[in-house]
Design a protein around this ligand. Structure first.
Ligand code: UVW
Length: 322
C-alpha cells in the first residue's frame, strides 16, 4: 500500500467543479465553450496558411516504437491481403484481375496521439458530471469519446513552449511547471492565453523519446515532466475556461505528484471535475519551430478524434493552421 493520500483528500471535498454547468446529461464538459463564435475567433489567427499535423506516426519500426503509458501496447498492424495472397488455390479472384491490399490493427485507443474521453478517469465512484463509475463496466455508457468526436474540436489554439522558455531541448524527468510558469512563458513569447483557447504545451518530451531511442532508460523511474497540481492551478483552468489541454507528453502532467506521490491528480481535478478534455502524445516540435521563427504562437486548432462508440478515448491527428 502506498502512503499517498486519497485523491479526495488531496483535491478537497470542495474541489473546483463544473458538474451540472451544462445540464445533467452533459458529455462534452468544457468543450461546450467552443461554439461557432470560437471557430470564427480561431480562423482570425490563420495568417500564412501553413498546416501542421500533430499526431505521432503510429507503428514506426525504425526507432524505439510508440511512446506509451506503461502497460499499453502500440498498434499491431497485420497484413490480411497483399500481393502474395492473390495466387494459388482458394485465393480470392475478381473479374478483370483486380488485386488489393487490406490490413487489420489491434490498438489501444490511448496508444497514440489521442483524446481521452471525459469518463476515462474517476475517483470516489463518480466520473465527469457525477455519473456513476459503474457506467464504465463492459462499455463506457456515459462520457465516452463519441460526443467529443461528433462535435469536433475547433477554436483558437495557443502554444506555450516550456522547453524553449527554459532554454532546453526538452524538460528533465519529473520537471514541473504551473500556471504562473505558463503565463510567464506566454509573456516572454509575446502571446496571451485567452479564455477558451485550446492550450497546447510543449515540453520536448516526444522529441526526447525518439532521440533517446532507449525505452528502458525512458521508463526507468518513470516520471514525465509536466504541470503539477495545486488548488490555484485548477482554479486558473476553471477561470480561464480552458476547453482542452494538449501536450507532447504521455499523460499531460507530472506522473506522480512530487509532494504526495499521488498519480495523475490533474486528470481528476481537470478532466473529472472541470470537464477539461485531455489530448496526449502530441507532436508539437514542427509547429513550435515555425512559431518561434516568426513569433506567432496562436493558430486555428482543428481535431476530430475517431468516432468510437463507447470509446474510452480515440486516436487523433489534430491540425494546426497558422
Ligand atoms: C491514464 O490515465 C492512465 O492514461 P492517459 O490519460 O495517459 O491515457
Amino acid at each position: 500500500m502506498s502512503d499517498a493520500p486519497d485523491m479526495r483528500d488531496l483535491l478537497g471535498a470542495d474541489a473546483p467543479s463544473n458538474w451540472g454547468k451544462w445540464g445533467p446529461d452533459d458529455e462534452l464538459g468544457a468543450l461546450n465553450y467552443l461554439d461557432a463564435g470560437e471557430v470564427l475567433r480561431g480562423i482570425q489567427h490563420v495568417k500564412s496558411g501553413e498546416t501542421f499535423t500533430l499526431q505521432i506516426q503510429m507503428g514506426r519500426t525504425d526507432g524505439p516504437g510508440d511512446p506509451l503509458w506503461p502497460g499499453r501496447e502500440g498498434i499491431k498492424r497485420k497484413n490480411e491481403l497483399d500481393e502474395s495472397t492473390w495466387d494459388g488455390e482458394g485465393a480470392p479472384a475478381f473479374p478483370g484481375g483486380l488485386h488489393y491490399a487490406d490490413d487489420t490493427a489491434h490498438i489501444f485507443l490511448q496508444g497514440s496521439t489521442q483524446y481521452d474521453a471525459l469518463g476515462h478517469v474517476w475517483y470516489d465512484g463518480q466520473l465527469w458530471n457525477g455519473y456513476d463509475a459503474r457506467t464504465t463496466i463492459d462499455a463506457m455508457q456515459k462520457a465516452s469519446v463519441l460526443p467529443i468526436a461528433e462535435k469536433g474540436v475547433v477554436g483558437r489554439g495557443v502554444l506555450i513552449d516550456m522547453a524553449r522558455h527554459r532554454g532546453k531541448q526538452w524538460l528533465d524527468k519529473g520537471e514541473t511547471f504551473d500556471h504562473t510558469d505558463l503565463e510567464a512563458a506566454a509573456q516572454a513569447q509575446g502571446v496571451t492565453i485567452e479564455p477558451h483557447d485550446v492550450l497546447c504545451v510543449r515540453t520536448g518530451w516526444m522529441k526526447y523519446w525518439y532521440e533517446l531511442n532507449d525505452p528502458a532508460k525512458f521508463y526507468e523511474g518513470f516520471q514525465e515532466p509536466g504541470l503539477t497540481y495545486s488548488r490555484e492551478l485548477v482554479q486558473w483552468f476553471q477561470d480561464r475556461e480552458v476547453p482542452n489541454l494538449v501536450t507532447d507528453t504521455i499523460a499531460n502532467e507530472v506522473t506522480y505528484e512530487p509532494g504526495t506521490g499521488v498519480a495523475l491528480p490533474l486528470h481528476c481535478a481537470l478532466m473529472r471535475n472541470l470537464g477539461v478534455t485531455l489530448t496526449e502524445i502530441a507532436w508539437l516540435d514542427d509547429l513550435a519551430d515555425a512559431c518561434a521563427m516568426d513569433g506567432r504562437w496562436s493558430f486555428l486548432y482543428v481535431a476530430a478524434p475517431l468516432k468510437v462508440v463507447n470509446g474510452t478515448g480515440a486516436p487523433v491527428n489534430p491540425v494546426a493552421i497558422r
